[in-house]
Design a protein around this ligand. Structure first.
Ligand SMILES: [Zn+2]
Length: 464
């Protein structure tokens, strides 16, 4: 066993206790009453970085603080920036948790707590791995930087701003992120693509107040009827989105990608059974993995109008509104899609209602060229050494807007390696993170640092 592995083994218990300690801080970024706790969670991490001897800072922002840390710079050697977030989603509904969300509990090989998987547990793997590689005051042959935010769950506004003003400080060749899933319990994955997003809200207003549907029904435009008709017009029966020019920039799925996806050990039936859905429905001509990872989509996220209490109330509501999102694939421009969607809905609005459309937020999708990547080979080697099988290459349907922004602004390669499982209940009650995944994540990360170090050392030798 290498000294690093020995160190990891003899510290495994301590690492888990540290994670528990951090999970006890309810760093819910969305709840104003938790502001102090969010700050405390950031401070906790900065203190830990300091205890490791790293240069670190708790950066105050208009929102929640950022935590920055770095190992000593090594001239000419690569820089890897680890991104993660220490804020968590709200825990409610509390009654659906089997054990309290902020009292981490070990059960059936898992750690149950809000933030266990998303993202405190995953992010700490890289911190502990770096610690193991630096034990005894060893200098790394390359530089690791950490930028950890407390606003990922509420839109990353502060980091986005800080990033633009601190490109030099955050400059890196690779942005390493663990805030996602493996492909299965023993199947490591490297995610090389993310979808983007456009989030919008549309409000239709009709009569100045709710009306009696008997007295007025049939003679005025009902905003709820208008809204549902308009939303339904946005997508056709083949799953194609009908916004003009919507598909013009869509990056097509390559032949090799199509083959690679179809070879993945993916049990479609089981997957849909788990979520209580009889079969995959979506854009014609694509598999469900392609639909979720590499094709854009449209969804209504919330619909509000009229009476929603018990029994019936015969009204024509005066207002109807909907929140909806498009998931985008690389090359689609969020602002352009939002503008086209606005024009489209305005053009099909029936008479008798007024319309207001808000563009809430947007982010572009991204994809890494696997063949050109400099960091995928060392990562793949580290994963294979740890899990006994090579990683599969996947894309993800979700969006991590700040990750796309980091790679764009820093012109750095993105490396997404999740240690979670898709049934970890991230954002749901009973969030969990497997203890095995936590340990393997630390080990794989340490091996990744070693691999990067080896190639950095080789680079240096070649140069001198
Ligand atoms: Zn997350």
């Amino acid at each position: 066993m290498s000294p690093i592995e020995e160190y990891l083994q003899s510290n495994a218990r301590r690492f888990q206790e540290l994670l528990f300690e951090w999970l006890r801080i309810p760093s819910v970024s969305a709840i104003p009453e938790c502001k102090g706790d969010v700050h405390r969670a950031g401070q906790w991490l900065q203190d830990y970085f300091t205890s490791l001897g790293l240069t670190s800072e708790l950066i105050r922002t208009e929102g929640h603080p950022l935590v920055y840390a770095e190992t000593p710079p090594v001239s000419g050697a690569p820089v890897v920036l680890v991104y993660g977030h220490y804020d968590v989603q709200p825990a409610d509904p509390l009654e659906r948790w089997d054990t309290p969300p902020f009292e981490p509990t070990e059960r059936d090989g898992n750690i149950y707590a809000r933030g266990a998987s998303d993202d405190k547990g995953q992010l700490l793997t890289h911190v502990f791995a770096a610690e193991a590689c630096m034990q005894g005051g060893k200098r790394l042959p390359f530089q690791i930087k950490f930028i950890i935010e407390g606003e990922e769950e509420v839109g990353s506004a502060s980091l986005s701003k800080y990033l633009k003003e601190n490109r030099k400080k955050l400059a890196a060749n690779c942005v390493l992120v663990s805030d996602g899933c493996m492909f299965g319990p023993a199947q490591p994955a490297i995610t090389y693509g993310l979808r983007g997003i456009v989030a919008m809200e549309m409000t239709l207003r009709g009569p100045s107040r709710d009306l009696h549907s008997g007295v007025f029904g049939g003679a005025v435009m009902n905003p709820a009827v208008a809204l549902t008709r308009m939303l339904a017009a946005a997508i056709d029966e083949n799953g194609k989105i009908r916004i003009p020019d919507f598909y013009k920039d869509v990056l097509p799925i390559t032949e090799s990608e199509h083959t690679q996806f179809s070879m993945l050990p993916f049990n479609e039936e089981q997957f849909f059974e788990k979520i209580g859905v009889a079969k995959s429905v979506g854009e014609k001509g694509f598999t469900s993995l392609e639909r979720r990872w590499s094709r854009p989509s449209f969804d209504i996220n919330g619909l509000t109008s009229g009476y929603q209490g018990e029994g019936s109330k015969t009204v024509i509501p005066s207002v109807a509104s909907a929140k909806f999102t498009f998931r985008l694939v690389p090359n689609q421009n969020p602002a352009e899609i939002a503008a086209n969607a606005k024009t489209f809905f305005e053009s099909i609005k029936p008479e008798g209602v007024s319309i207001e459309i808000k563009y809430e937020h947007g982010a572009a999708g991204m994809v890494v060229d696997i063949d050109e990547s400099k960091f995928i080979p060392p990562a793949a080697a580290a994963l294979e050494q740890t899990f006994g099988r090579p990683p599969v290459f996947t894309r993800e349907g979700g969006s991590i807007p700040i990750v796309a922004e980091l790679s764009q602004v820093l012109k750095a390669e993105t490396l997404l390696i999740g240690w979670g499982q898709d049934d970890d209940n991230a954002h749901s009650p009973n969030e969990k993170f497997s203890i095995g995944a936590f340990r393997d994540g630390i080990l794989a990360s340490a091996r990744f640092w070693a691999e990067v170090g080896r190639s950095a050392a080789v680079n240096e030798r070649l140069r001198t």
